[in-house]
Ligand binder design. Structure first.
Ligand code: GSH
Length: 228
């Protein structure tokens, strides 16, 4: 599928007061970090260690009352939550932003799908079996449910990617980065990505994009202490 002509390169410069809060090893935090890396955006990045409770301190809750990461302070007093919204904001005006009504709607479709069928299942099973396996027992009733739903989600994505190189008709975009965030980590949750031939080929296509940076490079370490 041909990639549409590249639009004006993103010339957004981050306000000096803007800060992106992220956490290590997270497919959600990966998304805005990947967009920023691929577009060469300069961001102040603050790493918070969720496992050490750094996302639930009074200081961070005064910034984001939900205590979730990623979170972006776009300007003084203007915060933005939700990984896909932050990734979208950072991609605005760049070659990563689909440029027609249909391809932008397709992006919303797949970014919502990511949150409800992929992230919602892959993330918890990966978290409780791989990141903190000592908590697996407390969630043993839900683990097969998350795996079943996650596999349903991957199967639908696989069918879509059989006929499409990227999730929308625009070509490689912020929507692919969003869907890729947790999808590419699924094996760490006990899924078998090798069973999903077209998803695997799409993952390889994303990793081949110029400027792609792996999650290990973007968000290294699991238990690093707060670093600005
Ligand atoms: N739908 C949200 C989910 C954010 C989320 O659940 N973040 C996790 C890390 S991946 C988190 O911050 N957990 C720590 C906490 O809730 O205290 C998004 O896409 O940003």
């Amino acid at each position: 599928m041909p990639i549409k002509p590249v639009r004006q390169k993103n010339n957004k410069t981050m306000n000096k007061k803007s800060t992106l809060y992220v956490t290590q090893g997270s497919g959600n935090s990966f998304k805005p970090m990947q967009v920023a890396a691929q577009l060469g955006l300069q961001c102040n990045v603050t790493y918070l260690d969720v496992l050490a409770g750094e996302s639930r301190t009074a200081e961070f809750l005064s910034i984001n009352p939900l205590g979730q990461l990623p979170y972006m302070m776009v300007d003084e007093g203007v915060g933005l939550g939700e990984s896909n919204a932050i990734a979208w904001y950072l991609a605005e005006g760049s070659k990563l932003m689909p440029d027609t009504a249909l391809t932008r709607a397709q992006s919303i479709r797949w970014m919502n799908y990511e949150q409800t069928m992929l992230e919602a299942n892959i993330s918890p099973v990966r978290f409780f079996t791989y990141i903190v396996p000592e908590l697996e027992k407390d969630h043993e009733a839900m683990i097969p449910v998350w795996r079943e739903r996650g596999n349903q989600g991957l199967a639908v994505l696989n069918n879509h990617l059989e006929k499409n190189d990227f999730v929308t008709d625009y070509g490689y975009s912020v929507a692919d980065i969003a869907v890729y965030g947790y999808t590419h980590l699924a094996d760490e949750g006990g899924f078998k990505l090798s069973q999903y031939e077209h998803v695997s080929a799409w993952i390889a296509r994303i990793q081949d994009q110029s400027g792609y940076v792996s999650i290990d490079q973007l968000l290294s370490g699991r238990n690093q202490s707060l670093a600005a």
